[in-house]
Design a protein around this ligand. Structure first.
Ligand SMILES: Nc1nc2c(ncn2[C@@H]2O[C@H](COP(=O)(O)OP(=O)(O)OP(=O)(O)O)[C@@H](O)[C@H]2O)c(=O)[nH]1
Ligand SMILES: [Mg+2]
Length: 365
């Protein structure tokens, strides 16, 4: 049984992937009522300028941001300045841009509508637009009113509450019991250097590495998450909470510590059960099974492990590797490329939920 101290739980809880924020755009500035001082004219001509527009609030995805930690409870853009005499228009309020990790989904709290899925670096959504500035009295001059004393106030800016939910974007998700060697495997496949140690729950926050494709045209993203344990749905271990970070993957890589063959079948059942309890659609995801730590096993046991895993999951490629020595890693890389390419071909654009990149869907001018 894996022991989990409250200190570890507390640390894992510092990874913030959910935030609720009240957003207020700036109010428009008031239009001015002003008259030009003109000694040679009987009626002073009105010269009140317009108020400035209020600032808008934008949310933008940045690959430099890892979590939603530090997200303020309230985000406000500046108000527009009032207009002045001599037809001076007020200054517009500054926009407010807040940066979130790539993979953050923005939902309107009241309606539940998804406003944006910020899935690429630089994708931006306007969540509240600033109020228009008021009209100064110079604009109210007409044949019947040569000296209007009228101006209008600026409009209020939009106000709404939004929910920000981070769902890490990666093509492959590593799933396994604590200590199976998931992080060591990520380190062997990519240039990433996740923490690897002999105690359970070394990984306490999601971590993404980039596997270079053999054609060097692109890379495949692989997400490492904290280990799963039996009963995670009852909040054992770190619970199910990190499984949301493999929900958007195309393929799951199930990693086994294969040094004890007698546990393989039980481990497979546990992993599948926990995945199913969290989100049954995860079971339909393509899978690769990896028997790790072959450097500690005899050749005979390596073959046995491979055959056992093949029997358990006949449709999934099985690879025996050593993340420590690198044996089998090249073959695994080829398998990952094949499975990811096949999965990508299957995805129809229409199936992609809520993929938006910016302002195009917003009715904000
Ligand atoms: N001999 C050997 N040891 C390995 C291999 N892969 C990982 N290990 C060791 O197994 C232990 C656990 O490795 P991690 O990569 O931290 O395991 P993990 O699955 O990420 O564990 P959690 O983050 O706790 O879920 C470490 O002591 C590693 O050095 C391997 O191929 N061979
Ligand atoms: Mg780890």
């Amino acid at each position: 049984m894996f022991h989990l101290s409250s200190r570890i739980r507390r640390f894992a809880a510092t990874f913030i992937d959910h935030a609720e924020v009240v957003i207020s755009a700036g109010k428009g500035g008031r239009g001015s009522v002003s008259f030009a001082r003109a000694a040679n004219k009987r009626v002073a001509p009105p010269d009140g300028g317009h108020g400035g527009n209020g600032g808008s609030v934008f949310i933008e995805a940045s690959s430099g941001v890892r979590s939603l930690q530090g997200m303020p409870f309230m985000l406000k853009a500046s108000n527009g300045m009032p207009g002045g005499g001599s037809q001076c228009n007020g200054k517009s309020g500054a926009d407010r841009i807040v940066y979130v990790p790539v993979g953050t989904i923005i939902t309107d709290k009241e309606s539940g509508a998804v406003l944006a899925d910020l899935s690429v670096h630089g994708a931006r959504v306007a969540v509240a637009s600033g109020g228009r500035g008021g009209v100064g009295n110079a604009a109210f001059v007409s044949g019947s009113s040569r000296s209007p004393k009228t101006s209008t106030d600026g409009q209020k800016g939009d106000q709404r509450s939004v929910i920000m939910d981070l769902r890490t974007l990666a093509q492959v998700g590593l799933v396994g019991l604590p200590n199976a060697g998931k992080s060591a495997l990520l380190g062997a496949l990519t240039k990433s250097k996740p923490k690897v140690a002999e105690y359970a729950f070394t990984t306490l926050q999601p971590w993404v590495g980039f596997l270079e494709r053999s054609d060097y045209l692109d890379s495949i993203t692989i997400a490492d998450i904290p280990g799963l344990v039996e009963g995670a749905n009852e909040n054992r271990g770190l619970g199910h909470r990190f499984l949301r970070h493999i929900q958007r993957t195309e393929c799951l890589m199930l990693v086994f510590d294969a040094t004890d063959l007698s546990t393989l079948s039980e481990t497979y059942k546990t992993l599948m059960k926990e995945l199913q309890q969290f989100d049954s659609t995860l079971l339909r995801r393509r899978r690769i099974l990896v028997a790790n730590k072959m450097d500690l096993m005899s050749d005979k046991d390596c073959i046995k492990a491979e055959n056992m895993l093949k029997q358990m999951d006949p449709n999934a490629p099985v690879q025996v590797v050593s993340a420590m020595t690198g044996t089998g890693i090249d073959a695994l890389r080829i398998n990952i490329e094949k499975v990811v390419s096949a999965a990508v071909k299957e995805v129809k654009i229409a199936d992609e939920p809520h993929v938006r990149t910016g302002l195009e869907d917003e009715n904000i001018s």
